[in-house]
Design a protein around this ligand. Structure first.
Ligand code: PMP
Length: 284
């Protein structure tokens, strides 16, 4: 049973308890992060903590810790866990209070960190790619906030589960936003493209890494809106996220993407991502 952190205490997961009056439970009033740790070393921790601050600002909740305190908490959880590679789940809610939509007068945020095993996609999956379905993006208009109120994402993700697929790609007014729990890139005419960051999508840490690698590798790329027709006609479609890293979508709504196999630009980006990860971990 892993050691977790809850409101100032390190304790076994099965002993961690929060009040039923916690606003995270009653309203989904909180934000979270999932921070990858490889060989017990956090990856892009500063960027995750920056996004946490953005999410906290978005819900008007004061950050309960300094960056140095967060780093210490993440490192202590990472050091204790049984897995060398982990996704550290970190959640801050507006804490317990009387059940009233309005913020409580006295805020005592609930801070929770727990390690989870992190396994990159199996080589066979990287080689074959995955299938995805599309759905109308019916989430709220603050998708840049990594909120724990994930009901819309849960329902959207389940549509792909029901279809035996790995992800649901979301279209809002005919424009690609992201996946239910990943960002989306396409390759069209040799150019990598992905939608620009906005309130309609989560600013993925992996999204930033992939764009940086495209820049460094001199791979033609563009950050711009992608319409439904272009998505369906793309030569390649990729998902990016902390657990998926970069993963090719080879079937969309039952039809092959390109020739139905992960494309050459994907293979190059996937290799660049693995090299980058290894280099960061070597550097410590
Ligand atoms: N979009 C959504 C809706 C997500 O839940 C995630 C996963 N956190 C992502 C994109 C990808 O973000 P990251 O690369 O930081 O894991």
């Amino acid at each position: 049973m892993p050691t977790v952190y809850l409101n100032g205490t390190f304790l076994p997961l099965e002993e961690a308890r929060v009040s039923v009056l916690d606003r995270g439970f009653l309203f989904g009033d909180g934000v979270y992060e999932v921070i990858p740790v490889y060989s017990r070393r956090p990856f892009r921790l500063h960027e995750h903590l920056k996004r946490l601050q953005h999410s906290l600002d978005g819900i008007r909740l004061a950050n309960p810790h300094t960056e140095a305190q967060w780093v210490d908490l993440v490192q202590r959880i990472a050091a204790e866990a049984q897995w060398a590679d982990q996704g550290i789940y970190l959640q801050v809610t507006r804490g317990p209070g009387p059940r009233d939509h309005a913020f409580p007068a006295e805020i005592e945020p609930t801070v929770f960190l727990m390690p989870m095993p992190l396994t990159p996609p199996a080589p066979a999956l990287v080689a074959s790619g995955v299938c995805a379905v599309t759905a109308t993006d019916d989430r709220w208009l603050h998708c840049d906030i990594k909120a724990v109120s994930l009901l819309a994402n849960v329902l959207l993700r389940q549509r792909s589960v029901d279809a035996g697929c790995a992800e649901t790609l979301l279209l809002r007014d005919g424009w690609l936003t992201e996946g239910s729990s990943s960002n989306v890139f396409i390759v069209s005419g040799g150019v990598i493209a992905t939608p620009p960051k906005s309130h309609l999508m989560l600013p993925g840490v992996t999204y930033d890494v992939v764009l940086e690698l495209a820049r460094q590798g001199g791979m033609p790329h563009a950050v711009r809106e992608i319409g439904e027709a272009e998505l369906r006609a793309a030569d390649e479609i990729w998902l990016t996220s902390t657990p998926k890293e970069v993963l090719a979508v080879t079937t969309l709504d039952g039809r092959p993407v390109g020739d139905g196999r992960p494309g050459p630009v994907f293979r190059r980006m996937h290799a660049a991502y693995q090299d980058y990860k290894a280099a960061v971990m070597r550097a410590g």
